[in-house]
Write a protein that binds this ligand. Structure first.
Ligand SMILES: Nc1ncnc2c1ncn2[C@@H]1O[C@H](COP(=O)(O)OP(=O)(O)OP(=O)(O)O)[C@@H](O)[C@H]1O
Ligand SMILES: [Mg+2]
Length: 262
């Protein structure tokens, strides 16, 4: 594969050390939260961001930067469906092309590519089955994390423990349930980012007012205000369930199981 290097080494080095500058080199001025994220080295990151705020685009920048500047690295990008994975991979390969590189011809079909320095990027539909078999992952990006299976999350965490890789979960909220909600609310050691629509320079006040009228307050709060809402079909609210749980009483069935196992 022939790759065209379009930057002098000093400039390339500057981009290697500053992902925000790399983002600019791709033709995009990062928003405030995007800049902070691009400059962060935190190993665990949570992005609670509104629709169209640039979650997927920023994660594409992160993945491409990792591949170009950490030779031999493996970056995995997970999304709940094949369509979403494909969309994300198209963003990554589009950025790669814009730098003057040739995208391997079968990469769009495979939703993955290996570049000349030995780095790989793989975009996968998020299920436990698709991630099994990968090891040595240095960057794991989970798009629409509120909608991927909790089982997937539990399957990927041990994989990162061995490689020491970085985990970035990004999503618009999707109810008070699941790992993304739990980690955002109670998780320790996360670098957190919140980006409501009012802080997105590309979303106008007029558009938001129109959305508020047509979606109603419940959907609007979830989609544009980064708020985790009670699910519509929930009989008891999350807070009521939380308050009903106590550590002062031993779980009945655990005791029965223990006795049965003796
Ligand atoms: N900093 C930026 N400057 C210019 N355009 C941007 C910037 N960030 C994102 N965009 C553009 O905003 C649009 C939405 O971005 P993207 O698809 O990444 O958002 P998202 O948060 O993943 O949206 P969704 O919630 O629909 O998945 C895209 O057209 C993208 O190119
Ligand atoms: Mg997206």
């Amino acid at each position: 594969m022939i790759e065209r290097r379009i930057r002098p080494p000093a400039e390339d080095l500057a981009l290697a050390f500053d992902r925000a500058a790399f983002c600019r080199a791709l033709g995009m001025e990062p928003d405030r939260w995007q800049k902070r994220l691009l400059r962060s080295e935190a190993p665990r990151v949570l992005l609670n961001c509104c629709r169209q705020s640039g979650k997927s685009t920023t994660s594409a920048v992160l993945a491409l930067h990792q591949a170009l500047y950490v030779p031999g690295s493996l970056s995995l990008v997970l999304a709940p469906s094949e369509r979403q994975s494909k969309e994300l991979f198209t963003k990554i390969s589009g950025f790669y092309k814009s730098l003057g590189h040739a995208v391997p011809s079968d990469s769009n079909r495979k939703l993955g590519m290996e570049i000349a320095n030995g780095s790989r990027i793989e975009a996968l539909p998020g299920s436990e089955k698709t991630i099994r078999g990968f090891s040595g992952v240095s960057l794991l990006l989970v798009d629409e994390a509120a909608r991927v299976d909790d089982g997937l999350y539990h399957a990927v965490r041990p994989m990162l423990a061995v490689s020491g890789g970085r985990l970035v979960l990004m999503s618009t909220p999707f109810g008070k349930r699941g790992v993304f909600f739990e980690e955002w609310t109670n998780g320790a050691s996360w670098d957190r980012y919140e980006a409501p629509a009012t802080e997105c320079p590309r979303i106008s006040t007029e558009f938001l007012e129109e959305e508020r009228r047509s979606l109603g307050p419940w959907w609007f709060a979830q989609e544009y205000e980064c708020r985790f809402m009670e699910t519509n079909d929930q009989v008891f609210s999350h807070d009521v369930v939380d308050e009903a749980i106590t550590t002062e009483v031993a779980p009945l069935f655990a005791a029965v199981r223990e006795e049965g196992g003796r």
